[in-house]
Design a protein around this ligand. Structure first.
Ligand SMILES: C[S@@+](CC[C@H](N)C(=O)[O-])C[C@H]1O[C@@H](n2cnc3c(N)ncnc32)[C@H](O)[C@@H]1O
Length: 362
């Protein structure tokens, strides 16, 4: 039996919450009503973050930027692992697209499938990160290998080092590499907080939706700058709010999302990373509106629902008697993502891409 071993208690609340959220967690609130409630929470979040007007918001933003400089690189890393990354990969195989891309996909055309949209986003990374065959590439936060395996197949002479803090992700990627006869990938299980790598070794570092788990971007970008060769580049994909930045807080009543799915996480603003250019300098930034993530999350929900019986089997292994509760919590998670990113036609929250360069001379 697969269990989420060592998962801290606060990451595994196996009984439904009181009140309306509890009703929703028991599946007693219709999805349309639930989605309307989530949109109301999005509006409340915007009002809360903008309280006091522009000057007060800017002051709080500046204070948070400064506090990030004094944080650990990432916090609550075991919680994030328990909440997502050590779940059996079979769960994600039943919900995500065929490349197991656990991050926003890209829908440049109407009517695209989830698998098309995975491919479209991966191709966009190739262009924007200026990847070419033969490079030495470091990937931070590799998930179940969506980009790792795409790069390995597309650039067979590249040397790819993929890192994540989840051992089950490593085992999954290693099995896929064996099945596909891929030999140019090495997967390392390590917490980015303590990751040690050779200096000046990589032409590229790529990272897709891992930075939202990070706090101290000054230290992280400094370390990445050391691992890159002079002239080497970092490509980052994160989800963002256009202007606001806020941590997911678990204190007090906490936020449902922070308690169950994103403990220690941060919603960065589209310009957050631009404040940390001591070691790496920005070359390009691209913004995608939130509808791409909205469609991605709705596709994940549709797959979970379509595969209900098989999903329940996997969740029963992972969560035991609380499987039904977690089945619904995962449905609520996909809906929360879809409604957040789709809010106001995708104009508030969205996705951002950045390319930084390590200057040839410091
Ligand atoms: C949202 S997933 C994205 C996965 C993958 N990049 C994708 O797009 O499919 C975030 C990834 O970051 C990793 N991660 C989160 N916090 C980490 C940490 N402190 N150290 C190492 N990896 C971490 C997770 O294990 C996971 O692989």
């Amino acid at each position: 039996m697969t269990t989420i071993a060592n998962t801290p208690v606060y990451a595994r609340e196996d009984s439904a919450a009181p009140g309306v959220i509890g009703l929703a967690e028991r599946g007693l609130v219709p999805d349309a009503l639930l989605r309307a409630g989530i949109r109301r929470q999005c509006a409340a979040r915007l009002a809360h973050e903008r309280a006091g007007g522009e000057a007060a918001t800017a002051e709080r933003f500046q204070a948070l930027i400064e506090s990030l400089r004094h944080s650990d690189v990432a916090i609550h890393t075991d919680a994030a692992n328990g909440q997502h990354y050590e779940l059996p990969p079979a769960f994600f195989e039943l919900c995500l697209g065929s490349r197991l891309k656990y991050s926003s996909c890209y829908y440049p055309r109407a009517g695209m499938t989830l698998n098309d949209a995975e491919e479209a986003m991966l191709a966009l990374y190739g262009e924007r990160a200026e990847l070419v065959d033969g490079q030495s590439i470091l990937e931070l936060g590799c998930g179940w290998g969506s980009l790792t395996l795409w790069m390995a197949q597309r650039y067979p002479r590249a040397r790819i080092t993929a890192v994540s803090n989840s051992a089950s992700q490593r085992r999954h990627i290693e099995a896929r590499c064996a099945a596909l006869s891929i030999r140019n990938v090495q997967v390392i299980t390590a917490d980015v907080n303590t990751l040690a790598l050779p200096e000046s070794d990589y032409d590229r570092c790529v990272s897709i939706e891992m930075f939202e788990h990070m706090r101290n971007y000054a230290t992280l970008l400094g370390r990445i700058g050391g691992w890159l060769k002079p002239g080497g580049k970092l490509f980052v994909h994160i989800f963002t709010h256009r202007t606001l930045m806020y941590p997911f807080e678990t204190d007090g009543d906490g936020d449902w999302m922070a308690r169950h799915f994103f403990t220690g996480g941060l919603m960065p603003a589209a310009d957050t990373l631009l404040w940390f250019q001591d070691d790496l300098h920005i070359e390009g930034r691209w913004l995608l509106d939130g509808t791409h993530y909205q469609r991605t999350a709705n596709h994940w929900l549709a797959r979970q629902d379509a595969n209900q019986a098989a999903v329940m089997g996997v969740l029963a292994e992972a969560y035991g008697d609380a499987a039904r509760l977690w089945f619904q919590r995962w449905r609520m998670f996909w809906m929360a993502c879809a409604e957040l990113f789709g809010y106001a036609g995708g104009t508030e929250w969205g996705v951002a891409h950045y390319r930084f360069v390590r200057p040839a001379k410091r």
